[in-house]
Design a protein around this ligand. Structure first.
Ligand SMILES: Nc1ncnc2c1ncn2[C@@H]1O[C@H](COP(=O)(O)OP(=O)(O)OP(=O)(O)O)[C@@H](O)[C@H]1O
Ligand SMILES: [Mg+2]
Length: 389
């Protein structure tokens, strides 16, 4: 998806109106958008709401001073990774150290030439925006596996959750599970996790994610996998945009050997971003005419999106259904091989889902779990992950 880049936004926290006017002019001349705050409190509120790309903080502010503001910004998960440039009339080394200790990334002593301000801002942004987490090599490491269906309720979440646990169990590799069903994500429920943090906490710093933030926002699960939940409130789902998803996937693939993504059954731009970025799409269907028809439509779309057929692995869930369409018939209709078949695990699977404990953990010997473990092996053999970190 095209990522039309908006101008970078800088928050300037400066109580001296004349100085603020000058800095603003300098920065706008460089093409930045500038937000202004004249106190620490106002700066903190704007930073949390607007999540600018960089914050310039004057040390001497009424009320909360620049050091205190830096500390608060560093404690808040939505602002903790935003680069901060401290500016101050105090220029001795102790002041600089105090600023850096408070969490600033750079320190500029007044008076300074406007060009130096512009230079420092650009250097700081370049350092933050070019590191390992952005750019073309963002997908060079872990493998991304998307779980998708073009009809709801066919078992995506059940299978994604169990396969994530199975992959971890079989290989000991690092595994992240990303609930990209932004409206009605169920991964948290299926794994019995509280929505302490969700993908929303990554949105503000999507352009400069690092392992510290990921570590905090991805919840640890007893199985050893890490989980990135979808927003608690469906109405917040719109805040996650396709370009955020792209950046988040890049960062996850930098950090984890396998990144499993549970998608929503829709063609919105965020889902298409996941599908385009995925190394493998596990396309799930049930052996029913309606589900197969929709799956066929998806295969046509995949072709238009230049998603090669080799990346699409069809999984027929509840393939043992005695009223279902036969596998050979499905393959002929879809003109695509069926890679995996999963039996109906009956009530045991449903109970495990309701209890929030994946069947692979609870009953690894159950035929459904055995199939999950086998599919996990097969996927990993097809996509040996490079060791990440
Ligand atoms: N192989 C299976 N055996 C038994 N029950 C299953 C199986 N696969 C899925 N289910 C059950 O079917 C229900 C729907 O599954 P699930 O939530 O995983 O589907 P989904 O495709 O993620 O749905 P949605 O499109 O709403 O996200 C769940 O109660 C789950 O336990
Ligand atoms: Mg689901």
């Amino acid at each position: 998806m095209a990522d039309k880049r908006a101008p970078l936004r800088i928050l300037l926290v400066e109580d001296d109106a004349a100085a603020a006017k000058l800095y603003r002019w300098v920065l706008m001349n460089e093409g930045f958008e500038v937000l202004l705050a004249s106190s620490g409190e106002e700066g903190y509120a704007l930073a949390s709401e607007q999540t600018p790309d960089l914050i310039i903080v004057d040390v001497l502010l009424p009320g909360m001073d620049g050091y205190a503001l830096c500390r608060r910004l560093r404690q808040n998960v939505v602002t903790r990774t935003i680069p901060i440039l401290l500016i101050s009339a105090k220029s001795d080394i102790a002041d600089k150290i105090a600023g850096l200790e408070a969490g600033a990334d750079d320190y500029l002593a007044k008076p300074f030439h406007p060009e130096e301000l512009a230079y420092r801002v650009k250097a700081l942004l370049a350092r933050y925006q070019s590191p390992v987490f952005s750019g073309a090599n963002a997908y060079a490491r872990g493998k991304i596996i998307a779980f998708f269906s073009s009809k709801g309720g066919v078992g995506k979440t059940t299978i994604a959750v169990n396969l994530a646990v199975a992959m971890r169990r079989q290989s000991g590799s690092t595994v992240a599970l990303f609930d990209a069903d932004f409206f009605f994500g169920n991964v948290g429920v299926y794994l019995n996790l509280p929505t302490v943090y969700s993908v929303l906490n990554l949105v503000p710093s999507a352009d400069h994610l690092d392992t510290v933030v990921l570590d905090q926002v991805l919840l640890p699960h007893a199985s050893g996998i890490r989980v990135l939940l979808s927003p608690y409130y469906p109405e917040e789902a719109e805040l996650v945009e396709a370009h955020h998803v792209e950046k988040i996937l890049g960062a996850l693939a930098q950090t984890y050997s396998y990144v499993l993504v549970d998608c929503q059954a829709s063609y919105d731009e965020r889902t298409l971003t996941v599908l385009e970025r995925a190394d493998v799409i596990v396309l799930i269907t049930t052996p029913e005419v309606g589900a197969i028809k929709n799956t066929s439509r998806f295969l046509e779309l995949a072709e238009k999106l230049a998603i090669g057929p080799e990346r699409v692995h069809i999984l027929v869930n509840r393939s043992d259904s005695d009223v279902g369409v036969e596998i050979g018939e499905i393959e002929r209709t879809l003109r695509h091989p069926v890679a995996f078949q999963v039996i109906s695990g009956g009530r045991t699977v449903v109970f495990s889902v309701n209890r929030g404990i994946p069947l692979v953990m609870d009953h690894p010997g159950h035929p459904f779990s055995q199939q999950m473990l086998a599919i996990a092996e097969e996927l990993m053999a097809a996509m040996p992950a490079r060791t990440v970190k």
